[in-house]
Ligand binder design. Structure first.
Ligand SMILES: [Zn+2]
Length: 617
């Protein structure tokens, strides 16, 4: 008994010893080497100014000290980063993000997205539609298990269909709070009663709410309820319609048509002041709506360099979204007026002291995580704000937003002692131009220094993960299906031949099973192509069972509607090696019901051309 007890005790002791070693180790890790930026121009974003010749000391993930270089001692053994001629500013926050699915397994979509943000200097994000896995992602980043921007996440969206009644609102709001989400996303279709119940419950349980202003709720109710942030400038243009207008706005977020003639711009300052008074913040998603109404074609937009960093499926979705706006566009003057009114409203909000946030709503409508953040900053400047005001909406403002609504001390968004060490080191002054935000030397995220070379590697990694289907684009065709030979429209068929093909395309892999029926009988041949344009070796088999040596490249055309396969096969024969060169071009008809395969076979017997047509079954 005693023995057993002492055994148990020593077991406990050794466990304790192990634990305490772990604690010491992790403490030692936290007490990491100090990192010091020397002689740097600090752009603190507490107000519009630059502090030249500073020493900035980072320790344990926080800014420990800032002071003039001549008065601030660099700790012994610190890693020094030469800041001469460079600018140190806070990392960016992107306040309207949609996280991909995933909990951050290596190279899963969510982890790719985190890399895209970091590679663009984004060190904080607000996820505007959350799932349980995003809570996990948030916590893993916070614990340092995963490198990424600090995450705040909304819960699943509150929509008219899932929150039909005040009772449902009470239940769902309480559930989302209990699940640990940071805020609620109010979305489309809510009734005024359901919205009121969301507001009351959110205030009672203590969770902020932000999001759309659906037409049924209207801007006045959202301001009265102190919705923490309004996305997309929802409700503003509708509120500017003259009181005596004979035309009423529709429920659409995009305000076009005759109602535009009845916008009363003299209402703008009062509306901006009311927003300021209500303490409601705005994330206008300017770029998104400019893209929605622009004349740019999907093909134009797919040429943006950042398209290489998203999956082909997403590019297709972007293209479809844009295509759907091009059918019957409103007159150009109307669309310009719509955009200019949004820009005027934004400037008026800023002038009135209402707070603004940068959050482009990526990934949607050609807005790629991180890259979209920069496009939105450009849009703020284009609308008439200074670079300082624009960048403030992506640094200090978001930090104040969370401090105010989460009731926590503000701990990022400015370069000051005590702040989380989320910093961007630039080669150029960001207050001169927001384009200078891309002239990075490196990024610090939670005290971890990532030189630009490392950020480039992240981008290359994400590009590589999506490269297998970079050829996929607008209207990418899918060759999958069962195809039967259309003999009447084929040339060079041996007598009595028939053919049935089953094609399955997954990612860049095309698998193919061909049933050949000839006078000699039936034969099934399986094959597969990797459609990435790279040469692969394979071992072809002749009908009489000989194994040869083959090289092949298969490539999906940029429009996604055709495939080129080039093959060279060598067989041994009694007369010596025989080489046959084959090309095949697969072309899908626009209605995708007909597949043509044109072949050339160049071998010892000369060159032959064959044409096959298949009909989808
Ligand atoms: Zn959104």
């Amino acid at each position: 008994m005693i023995k057993k007890f002492s055994g148990f005790l020593s077991g406990c002791l050794s466990l304790l010893l192990v634990l305490s070693t772990l604690i010491v180790q992790s403490h030692a890790e936290a007490q990491q080497q100090a990192i010091v930026f020397t002689n740097v121009n600090v752009v603190p974003f507490d107000r519009e100014r630059i502090l030249a010749g500073q020493t900035v000391i980072v320790r344990d993930g926080r800014i420990a000290e800032i002071g003039p270089a001549e008065k601030t001692e660099v700790p012994a053994g610190a890693l020094q980063i030469d800041g001469r001629g460079k600018y140190l500013m806070p990392g960016l926050a992107d306040m309207h993000v949609h996280l991909y699915p995933g909990a951050g397994a290596p190279d899963d979509l969510a982890s790719q997205q985190l890399q895209l943000f970091l590679a663009n200097g984004v060190t904080t994000i607000r996820n505007m539609i959350g799932k349980p896995e995003h809570l996990l992602l948030r916590d893993r980043v916070a614990k340092g298990e995963l490198l990424g921007p600090t995450i705040y996440t909304a819960g699943p969206p509150l929509l008219g269909n899932n929150v039909p009644t005040p009772e449902a609102a009470e239940r769902i709001v309480a559930e989302e709070k209990k699940a640990g989400y940071d805020l609620l996303k109010v979305h489309e279709g809510l009734s005024p009663e359901a919205y009121a119940a969301i507001v009351a419950t959110a205030n009672r349980v203590g969770i902020p709410f932000a999001g759309h202003v659906t037409a049924t709720v209207g801007l006045k109710r959202a301001l009265d309820a102190h919705q923490t942030s309004i996305e997309h400038l929802d409700g503003y243009l509708q509120a500017l319609v003259a009181d005596d207008s004979p035309v009423k706005p529709t429920g659409s977020q995009v305000v076009l048509g005759p109602v535009l003639e009845h916008i009363d711009e003299s209402k703008i300052p009062a509306l901006a002041a009311a927003t300021r008074k209500a303490g409601v913040w705005n994330d206008p998603t300017l770029t998104l709506f400019k893209l929605v109404v622009s004349d740019a074609t999907p093909e134009d937009l797919l040429k943006w360099p950042e398209m290489q960093y998203v999956p082909a499926k997403m590019r297709d979705a972007f293209a479809k979204q844009k295509q759907s706006t091009l059918g019957d566009p409103a007159p150009a003057a109307e669309r310009q007026r719509y955009i200019s009114l949004r820009n005027k409203m934004l400037v008026a909000l800023h002038t009135a002291g209402a707070k603004l946030l940068i959050g482009p709503d990526s990934p949607q409508f050609f807005l790629v995580p991180g890259f979209g953040t920069h496009r939105e900053l450009e849009s703020f400047v284009e609308a008439g704000l200074s670079p300082y005001a624009a960048i403030e909406a992506a640094t200090r403002n978001p930090a104040e937003y969370f401090a105010e609504f989460m009731k926590t001390p503000r701990d990022f968004g400015t370069v000051e002692a005590g702040m989380r060490a989320d910093l961007i080191l630039l080669d150029a002054n960001p207050l001169q131009s927001v384009a200078n935000l891309s002239k990075r030397v490196g990024l610090m995220v939670r005290g971890r220094w990532l030189p630009e070379s490392e950020l480039r590697k992240m981008l290359e990694n994400v590009a590589r993960l999506n490269a297998s289907n970079t050829q996929g684009s607008m209207g990418k065709a899918d060759f999958s299906g069962t195809w039967s030979l259309d003999k009447a429209n084929s040339e060079g068929l041996p007598p009595g031949m028939d053919q049935l093909m089953t094609v399955v395309v997954t990612g860049d892999k095309l698998s193919l099973e061909t049933k050949l029926i000839t006078e000699q009988g039936e034969q099934v041949v399986a094959d597969s192509y990797t459609l990435n344009g790279q040469e692969v070796e394979f071992s072809p088999k002749t009908p009489d069972g000989k194994i040869g040596k083959g090289k092949r490249t298969a490539k999906l055309a940029a429009d996604g509607n055709s495939i080129d396969v080039v093959e060279q096969v060598t067989f041994d024969s009694p007369e010596g090696a025989v080489t046959i060169q084959t090309t095949r071009k697969w072309t899908l008809s626009p209605d995708r019901k007909t597949l043509k395969i044109d072949m050339t076979i160049d071998g010892p017997n000369g060159k032959q051309t064959l044409k096959r047509t298949f009909i989808k079954k």
